[in-house]
Design a protein around this ligand. Structure first.
Ligand code: SF4
Length: 419
């Protein structure tokens, strides 16, 4: 196994760009303009991003991001009580940081049966969960004959068809599916929309450098940025509420992070379907090619959450997973996020199994101690739920049945759509 330490510069943002050095006063001025106008112009975003390594600039960005969030989202921070269903951990890609994906001959390789999906969903319903988060590898049938053969025994040709069946099972048992299944075609997304409230695909990065030999996405054809952006646009054309995000610290530089955020902003502006933007830090994992790569430190993570808020604007939903920076939830709450993402009382984070979820009670206590208010949400946000075009009629009806008057999740005791 090749240690990638040299190939992957530490996640910190070095002053390597051509941007002129910003003073704190200049940074504050750029941030103030962004907060007042609701738009961080690209030139300003590039300059602030290039100097987020500087604590003074970072603090200015944090303060502005918090104010922007306050103006757009008030004191509300949301969370989704979910069950994480890794329908299959087979995947045709081999990202340099991943322990989720397994080869078919690995004893840990697993594809859930529909009965196992149903059992997990029933348990999750008892725990008050609403969202069925389906996360799976990308098109394993392209790489593994054994998986193709197995699909054939089910009368199917693609994993996405099996996912449709699994989503149907979860939906009919009263859960609201959200699928994150890698690259899907228009037809596959159309089929999934019948049972899914929303779907997702982290853009991760617009850096094509990371597809080169020795880099994180070298053996990952589905991580080609243009392919991922195309799916973002197609989801927009299909009016699917869509989750995207930035993955921090996998070898990209500051300019590429800023570029990724603006690429998401562009599709969000074009289609209005980007329901949330996740800012997710890379966690090194033993046994992967990137096990020795240093992750970003917590202050830098907060800085990029804050810049994401300024780029996406006050009305966007900006999410940072609480299990990936558990020591600094208060700092993240100061950085302009308004969503903690999915937190499961019944399953681990299968992508980052080394990082346990916080208890929902702890999350509530720490959010409220920071002067903000935690609300539970559904797999779509109130602003999309108010627009029927984003949903298949049966999905909209089911989702509104679990929503309160403001579009958030009804309290647990009031749940109970007929299964
Ligand atoms: S990160 Fe996703 S696409 Fe990459 S290998 Fe893992 S499961 Fe596959």
């Amino acid at each position: 196994m090749v240690p990638f330490r040299n190939a992957f510069p530490r996640g910190s943002v070095s002053p390597s760009s051509q941007q002129p050095i910003l003073s704190r006063i200049e940074a504050e001025s750029l941030v103030k303009e962004a907060v007042e106008s609701g738009v961080l112009e690209r030139v300003a975003g590039d300059r602030l991003g290039a100097q987020l390594y500087d604590p003074l600039v970072r603090e200015a960005v944090l303060e502005g991001a918090f104010e922007s969030k306050r103006r757009g989202k008030g004191d509300v921070v949301s969370v989704s009580r979910n069950v994480f269903l890794p329908l299959t951990n087979l995947c045709r890609d081999r990202c340099g940081y991943c322990t989720f994906a397994k080869q078919p001959d690995d004893p840990a390789a697993k594809t859930y049966t529909l009965e196992e999906v149903a059992d997990a969903v029933r348990g999750a319903r008892r725990a008050g969960c609403v969202e069925a988060l389906f996360c799976l590898g990308d098109k394993p049938e392209k790489a593994y004959k054994s998986h193709r053969d197995w699909l054939t025994t089910q009368g199917l040709t693609a994993t996405s068809e099996y996912l449709v069946e699994a989503c149907r099972v979860a939906f009919e048992l009263g859960m609201l599916p959200h699928s994150n299944a890698g690259i899907l075609t228009v037809e596959q997304m159309q089929a999934l929309k019948r049972w899914n409230v929303s779907m997702g695909l982290m853009l991760e990065t617009t850096s094509t450098r990371l597809r080169r030999r020795g880099m994180a996405h070298y053996v990952a054809p589905d991580k080609e940025p243009e392919v991922r952006l195309r799916m973002h646009r197609e989801a927009g054309e299909l009016a699917i509420p869509f989750t995207s995000g930035l993955l921090l610290g996998i070898g990209e530089n500051a300019a590429e992070r800023v570029d990724t955020l603006y690429a998401i902003r562009e599709v969000a502006d074009a289609y209005g379907h980007i329901q949330e933007v996740i800012v997710q830090p890379f966690h090194p994992k033993l046994g992967t090619p990137m096990q020795f790569v240093d992750p970003l430190d917590d202050a830098e993570i907060a800085g990029w959450v804050a810049l994401a808020r300024l780029v996406m604007g006050p009305g966007a939903n900006v999410q940072a997973p609480p299990n990936l920076a558990p020591e600094v939830l208060e700092l993240l709450l100061r950085s302009g996020l308004n969503d903690w993402g999915g937190v499961s009382p019944v399953t681990v984070d299968f992508i980052n199994p080394e990082a346990p979820w916080p208890e929902l009670r702890e999350l509530r206590d720490r959010t409220e101690a920071a002067g903000q208010k935690l609300v539970e949400r559904l797999p779509a946000y109130p602003e999309h739920l108010a627009q029927p075009k984003f949903f298949h009629p049966q999905v909209l009806e089911a989702t509104l049945g679990l929503a309160d008057a403001d579009g958030w999740a009804k309290p647990v005791a009031e749940k109970g759509r007929a299964a």
